[in-house]
Design a binder for this molecule. Sequence first.
Ligand SMILES: Cc1cc2nc3c(=O)[nH]c(=O)nc-3n(C[C@H](O)[C@H](O)[C@H](O)COP(=O)(O)OP(=O)(O)OC[C@H]3O[C@@H](n4cnc5c(N)ncnc54)[C@H](O)[C@@H]3O)c2cc1C
Length: 319
Amino acid sequence: MPARVERATVVTVEGRPLRVLESEPLGRYTTFRIGGPADFLVRASDRETLELALAWGEREGLPVTVIGGGSNLLVCDGGIRGLVVAFRTGGGEQQDVLPFECEDGAILMAFPATAPLSWIGHRTSELGLAGMEWAAGLPGVLGGAVVNNAGAHGGDVGSALVDVELYDLRRRTLVRWTREQLAPQYRLTSLKALPQPRGYVVLQARLRLQPGDPAKLRAIAEANARWRREHQPTGPCAGSVFKNPPGTFAGYLIEQAGLKGFQVGRMRVSERHANFFLNLGGATAEEALTLLEEVRRRVAERFGIVLEPEIEVIGEPKG
Ligand SMILES: Cc1cc2nc3c(=O)[nH]c(=O)nc-3n(C[C@H](O)[C@H](O)[C@H](O)COP(=O)(O)OP(=O)(O)OC[C@H]3O[C@@H](n4cnc5c(N)ncnc54)[C@H](O)[C@@H]3O)c2cc1C
């Protein structure tokens, strides 16, 4: 393995130091392990670093794209222009459970956008709070999950969401959006519907949870996480590539079209779960996109159903 080379510069913003990486390959920040370079990238695991990064981006006149765990992204081979902020907690760091309030017997709990989704699923279950146990075992962090309205096992973020605190980059102000304003639907919110770079950063979300039996909830969360280990492929992927069309499953259609194991370059349709594409090592975004289009074309030809991508394609093709 070649040594990992980083080109880092420390800039001063509002009298404080900020570490900025230049031409940083985004494959290091996506679960697909694919992605061309960000012109500049800042790793922010707390609000203070995020604010410095946003202030620096503004000072330099750069478009700002915020990502979380990179577990739903296909970043194109030409990378992303401007500043990318990877806003997530590093492995092993302690999480905050922010103060909570009670409302009609329910518990309102605030979590930072950087909190890993799986950790929220396990932690709330341990505390005997129902509503997020479906999230145990899911990759990514809460910010990305709010934007996507991530969900599994019959639950989703939108069902528990009360509101989100956002930083509005254009107006340079904090705003609060209610669940109604976010309008969560199947893997879609009003935030997700905006074109990138969106101009809003999710800072925190409040979830409405119901008191329950900790032992039962813990058992459900653990069973959900175990189900993933047993049924989903391991290796670099980004979860479901396509949304399930009404009344059927994308994975079933792909399998029935005979496409399990179908491969373009170093990208392959998983043998274990046909709606997962695996990077066999060194795959490009172009290969992933060619595979996606080919699978889509063949499923449409066979079943007359045009699959809609669930993964988000961002960035520019290689020039
Ligand atoms: C093995 C595997 C299994 C998966 N299973 C599921 C599943 O069962 N259900 C499901 O819903 N998803 C699943 N996914 C996809 C993914 O885990 C979720 O969609 C997850 O919630 C994305 O979170 P993230 O932090 O990785 O977001 P990213 O992929 O980093 O970003 C997603 C979107 O959110 C935006 N974003 C991220 N953070 C912020 C922020 N703080 N402020 C503003 N915008 C932000 C990004 O710009 C992007 O548009 C799976 C992925 C993998 C790899």
